[in-house]
Design a protein around this ligand. Structure first.
Ligand code: FES
Length: 87
């Protein structure tokens, strides 16, 4: 499990092992635009302000993934105990 802080909303949620970031945010009442929810459309692309995401999408190319400045939160997870998102 890891924590996701939504800096603009001032809300922090725990993301459990069987849950996506998107599901955890929705449960906390944070609305995010989504479509495919499978990491292929790019609709849920979110800026990462701190922490290192674990990318699981097929939207970003290798260089974009390595930059760690944005992620697809419908499938992506975290490599650090905490991620800070621009939400
Ligand atoms: Fe399509 Fe996340 S909703 S990539």
């Amino acid at each position: 499990a890891f924590e996701v802080e939504c800096r603009r909303s001032g809300v922090t949620v725990d993301v459990g092992p069987g849950q996506t970031i998107l599901q955890a945010l929705k449960a906390a009442g944070i609305g995010v635009m989504t479509s495919c929810e499978e990491g292929i459309c790019g609709t849920c692309e979110t800026r990462v302000l701190d922490g290192i995401p674990e990318h699981r999408d097929s939207v970003l190319d290798e260089a974009e993934q390595a930059a760690n400045t944005c992620m697809m939160i419908c499938v992506g997870r975290a490599r650090t105990p905490r991620l800070v998102l621009d939400l």
